[in-house]
Design a protein around this ligand. Structure first.
Ligand code: SF4
Length: 473
């Protein structure tokens, strides 16, 4: 069986934006480990859609993944491929196909939807199609059956994620991703160390595929993958793509200690949920090379946090920022405006909280009710969104999809633009600190005789404190 796996383009406004296709890498290595060696991965952001459609048409099975913004490009490729080869079996998977299974299957070109986690289900489907078996027995798929849509019972998740082979990175241009992800000259790669997140944020669709069960890989298994990446690609920095890396303190500390023991000289960054960390955990992480943490603050209004079901309070957020202060890691704060109960007052509360947190970097996006999120049903019922809308047109950094109870779309857009402008100092700070600042410090040390180091260090300290920037609130 010849199998082509496709990652479609996500955003019309930013067609070159692309995630490292770890999910397809996992599917490919699992298929290959189970005897299907003719597997390839095609990435629509790097290639012409016609060329990808031809590659699919010359295969037996095309597997197209995708979030909602990827769906329209995925369908475009599917239509072209099916025109060339009507016998091709087209399988859609990923968040959008799992959340909107029925509407995806209304497209005649789509033969099957693989719901939820893909490895076991896709393998079973491929085996069944190869042996002309009955797809009725394949757990976790949906398909058209006569005039209706049949959804087979769900498939249990992979129990032990250590048993999955690491993603096959040789099937895509890994070097290209290393170049685009690298910061401050460090060769950077993405690694998935756990699947799922136990939290219930209303604007998040992660549970659609992974459920809310958190399944970590063992620290040894993750470190082994990193060792191989250092050996094969000269990796210096790892970004963990886990929804929440720090779900349990025990595992975070165990991983950090084992990484130190391994002698690997890498730095790393990860998503942190503020409820899961404390000073001890941050110290362990920082001394194991953690150089950046990304924390979802979202709002400074207790009511909005409750509405978002973020699971954290203002005090927990403030405590996480306090506990991570003064360590080597850059602290990124992610904020959001536009929850259904957002008002001008709650946005002011968010700005005030931000000033209190003093992160190294902050970004604010617009609340977007993607399919699969809890809030999607509310937005659909109010007719702000629909299953068939083109999500590739939505830019979550700019586009307002729905008004709030207190702000019209236009008012929310204005508030968001104002907030983004007020965050400019944080961007300048980041840019400055990474490139300009380090370059200047290096130059000063280079050109100063050792006797002048004490004076230079004092100057450096006063310079840093003078550059502390706060947003205007
Ligand atoms: S903590 Fe992050 S990944 Fe988990 S549910 Fe909330 S937004 Fe989603």
């Amino acid at each position: 069986m010849k199998i082509t796996l496709v990652q479609p383009k996500a955003y019309r406004h930013n067609p070159s934006f692309v995630w490292e296709p770890l999910n397809l890498g996992y599917l490919a290595s699992f298929l290959k480990a189970n005897g299907f060696s003719d597997v390839s991965i095609r990435i629509s952001a790097f290639e012409d859609a016609d060329a990808i459609a031809m590659a699919c048409a010359e295969s037996d099975i095309a597997g197209i993944t995708g979030t909602s913004p990827m769906f329209s490009d995925g369908m475009n490729i599917a239509r072209k491929a099916k025109r060339h080869n009507p016998n091709l079996k087209i399988v859609f998977g990923g968040t959008h196909a799992t959340a909107c299974t029925e509407s995806v299957l209304l497209n005649d070109e789509v033969d099957f939807v693989v719901r939820n986690e893909g490895e076991l289900t896709l393998l079973d489907l491929v085996r069944t199609l190869e042996g002309n078996g009955d797809v009725k027995n394949v757990l976790g798929i949906s398909y058209r059956d006569g005039s209706g849509i049949r959804s087979n019972p769900p498939r249990p998740l992979v129990k032990n994620t250590d048993e999955l082979p690491p993603p096959d990175r040789k099937l895509f241009d890994q070097e290209k991703f290393i170049r685009t992800s690298s910061q401050a000259g460090k060769r950077t790669i993405w690694v998935l160390s756990s699947r799922g997140c136990p939290y219930r944020c209303t604007y998040c669709a992660s549970h659609t595929v992974w459920t809310r069960m958190w399944r970590p890989r063992s620290p040894e298994n993750v470190i082994k993958e990193i060792e191989e990446l250092v050996r094969d690609y000269g990796i210096e920095h790892v970004n963990f793509s886990d929804d929440t890396f720090t779900v349990t303190k025990e595992r975070t500390i165990e991983f950090s200690r084992k990484l130190k023991e391994s002698g690997l000289k890498i730095t790393w960054g990860c998503n942190v949920h503020v409820n899961t960390v404390d000073r001890e955990t941050f110290v362990e992480m920082a001394t194991a090379g953690c150089s950046e943490i990304w924390m979802g603050v979202e709002s400074g209004s207790p009511e909005i946090l409750k509405e978002l079901k973020k699971g954290s309070t203002i005090e927990q957020i403030a405590e996480a920022f306090r506990a991570s202060k003064g360590l080597t890691m850059k602290r990124h704060a992610y904020l959001m405006v536009g929850a259904p109960g957002e008002s001008r007052e709650s946005i002011v509360e968010t700005k005030k909280l931000l000033a209190r947190l003093e992160p190294d970097f902050a970004a604010v996006t617009v609340f977007t009710p993607y399919p699969g999120c809890e809030v999607y049903d509310y937005a659909k019922q109010k007719q702000f969104v629909s299953d068939n809308m083109d999500w590739s047109a939505i830019d979550l950094h700019q586009t307002v999809v729905m008004p709030t109870r207190y702000l019209t779309r236009e008012e929310l857009e204005e508030e968001h633009i104002r907030f983004v402008r007020e965050l400019e100092p944080y961007r300048r700070m980041l840019k400055f600190s990474v490139t300009d600042f380090l370059g200047r410090v290096a130059m000063r040390f280079w050109t100063t005789p050792p006797s002048g180091y004490g004076k230079l260090f004092k100057k450096f300290l006063s310079y840093v404190s003078a550059r502390r920037l706060k947003p205007r609130s």
